[in-house]
Design a protein around this ligand. Structure first.
Ligand SMILES: [Zn+2]
Length: 572
């Protein structure tokens, strides 16, 4: 299995001073030429990946940089030997909203050749729910581009680079159909796209279907790439493909980016070799925005400096854990940070996993690798994570560790398709969602949340919770978590995309964590996009009510409302 790392200017200052937070002179003179990539840090023989994936869209983003690449070639620009596998694609996410990709096959193949790439991907167009009405067009565009790329490549660029033809689909049958059409045309190097947001179970079924197809037809591709997915539950299936004689590859930057994008409560900013994860300790470089009114910069910088010095001293063993934690508590209050983070910080500090990591980053950087503060610490932590991931990938006996952790997350939550199991429960919190239908849609209207929402699901949940004497809260696309009596203004916002959910997630986590501890059961009656917002705070007490659709969910709740209130509900 080959793992490619997508390249998005992931560089650090190799001589950054972690004690004074000062950049090196070389960095200040020319960061593009003097900063270090992951391969500079680990050494080319020790890089934790088998190739680098570069998007033409990213390269062309900066004119001077692109000019330099055109002059030097991509390998020299990145400081990699000429035989190091570099793959180029067009960066389909950059034009996801366009009807037609802004590239022409003939131009793109020439760019791949001119810049000296080893692999180049045909121009594809992502098939995603947001543009569902264009599914057929996008698949057709991807297919026609693939055929055209193969014809031109065969004629002109065969000796220059290996063409990889992209496949897109909505359903498994779409993928298989396009895959087989390409095989019929003699194409043997293929890549599957639009899987980044697909559930692991969907990709697993796709892989099963592929394996089945190959065993039946006996037509064996040479190379299959899967874009944007690094999920350990799929590794055994990748290996089954390899056993059929196929070279399998995938790429993902998720382990790199968890270092700074992972929510504190998910405890995956820093990954240890045994696949346990830790929260990075947040000491921002400047006063957090929300505190600027109350906190002057000078006071803040002094406090942050004391924290940094204390953390260094703790790492060296001259300050105790308790004293360090006390200081971080005070600091958190000063910057208005969540108090519950201290619990995660304590775990990070107690375990000191960087001290037992043999990577050059942890050895040289020490505790700074576990501190959330600026590019030089955060990206180094990401580099370390990529190495831990790669070592796990190359050692199948450790795949279980990774799978176990994934299981613990979203999929592991208990699900029910009725509310019968709550009949004898007393200490229950219901979490439901806001609804599109409201008493008003702008600031001129204000009501308690329990009255504002007029949707069927909300009204049924309210009646049910009141009749059962259960507490309930509402996740609102605009307000985060609401108590039924909170007064709110009307609004239009809805939770549609994953990004909408990510926007409210920190706030939802903070509020819910402060209130969920007294309950024995926490029951979520809301659609998929709302459930996803909760992914980092789930525990054994959570139950998802899942049905085939919102309509079914409404009737499940309706049926559960105790009889004495039923007439009233129907009267509504
Ligand atoms: Zn390390």
């Amino acid at each position: 299995m080959r793992f490619f790392i997508p390249e998005w200017d992931d560089r650090v200052d190799p001589d950054f001073n972690f004690r004074t937070d000062a950049h090196s002179d070389a960095h200040n003179a020319n960061p593009v030429n003097n900063d270090a990539y992951m391969w500079d840090i680990f050494g080319i023989d020790q890089v934790p990946f088998d190739g680098v994936l570069v998007s033409i869209a990213t390269l062309q983003g900066t004119t001077t940089k692109y000019k330099q690449i055109q002059e030097e070639g991509i390998h020299r620009f990145l400081g990699l030997p000429p035989n190091f596998p570099l793959m180029a694609d067009c960066g389909a996410f950059s034009y996801i909203k366009e009807k037609i990709p802004p590239y022409k096959t003939a131009d793109v193949l020439k760019i791949y050749r001119d810049l000296g790439f080893n692999y180049g991907v045909s121009i594809d167009h992502l098939v995603v729910p947001a543009f569902q009405d264009q599914n057929q067009d996008r698949m057709r565009i991807t297919y026609e581009n693939g055929v055209e790329a193969y014809q031109i490549w065969k004629r002109k660029y065969r000796k220059d680079f290996q063409l990889i033809v992209a496949i897109q689909g909505a359903e498994i049958q779409d993928y298989l159909k396009m895959y087989n059409h390409f095989l019929l045309r003699g194409i043997r190097h293929l890549a599957f796209g639009s899987l980044v947001r697909a559930p692991t179970s969907f990709i697993a079924r796709l892989l099963d279907a592929l394996i089945e197809d190959i065993k039946t037809t006996k037509v064996i591709p040479e190379y299959l790439h899967f874009f944007g997915i690094a999920r350990c539950p799929l590794f055994p299936k990748f290996r089954a493909l390899e056993d059929l004689g196929i070279e399998v590859a995938f790429d993902s930057s998720s382990y790199l980016r968890k270092a700074w994008l992972g929510a504190p409560s998910s405890q995956n900013n820093y990954l240890a070799n045994d696949w346990s994860g830790y929260t990075a300790i947040r000491i921002p470089q400047d006063v957090p925005k929300k505190r600027r009114e109350f906190l002057d910069s000078q006071t803040y910088l002094q406090s942050a400096r004391v924290c940094m010095d204390t953390l260094h001293a703790y790492d060296e063993g001259t300050v105790t854990l308790d004293a360090t934690i006390e200081l971080l508590k005070t600091f958190n209050t000063l910057i208005g940070e969540r108090t519950d983070l201290i619990h995660y910080y304590k775990r990070t500090l107690e375990n000191k996993r960087w001290q037992s990591c043999d990577c050059p980053i942890c050895r040289k950087t020490g505790i700074d690798v576990a501190i959330f503060r600026g590019n030089n610490r955060n990206r180094r932590r990401g580099f370390h994570n990529v190495r831990v991931f790669y070592q796990m990938l190359k050692d199948p006996s450790r795949w279980e560790l990774c799978m176990k952790r994934e299981d613990d997350e979203l999929d592991a939550v208990q699900t029910e398709n009725s509310l019968d199991f709550l009949k004898n429960e007393r200490n229950v919190l219901i979490i439901t969602s806001c609804t599109k239908s409201k008493l008003g849609y702008d600031d001129s209207v204000s009501f308690p949340a329990e009255d504002m929402y007029q949707g069927d699901l909300f009204r049924k949940v309210r009646n049910y919770a009141e009749a059962m004497h259960f507490d309930y809260v509402i996740i609102s696309a605009k307000y985060g978590v609401l108590h039924p009596l909170d007064t709110i203004n009307g609004y239009e916002m809805q939770l549609k995309t994953r990004l909408d959910g990510e926007n409210i997630r920190p706030d939802v986590e903070r509020k819910l964590q402060a209130m969920i501890s007294p309950y024995d059961k926490i029951v979520v009656i809301a659609g998929e996009s709302y459930r996803r917002v909760l992914k980092n705070i789930l525990d054994k007490r959570f139950v998802f009510i899942k049905t085939r659709g919102i309509g079914d969910l409404v009737s499940v709740v309706g049926r559960a409302i105790p009889n004495k209130n039923k007439n009233l509900t129907e009267f509504y």
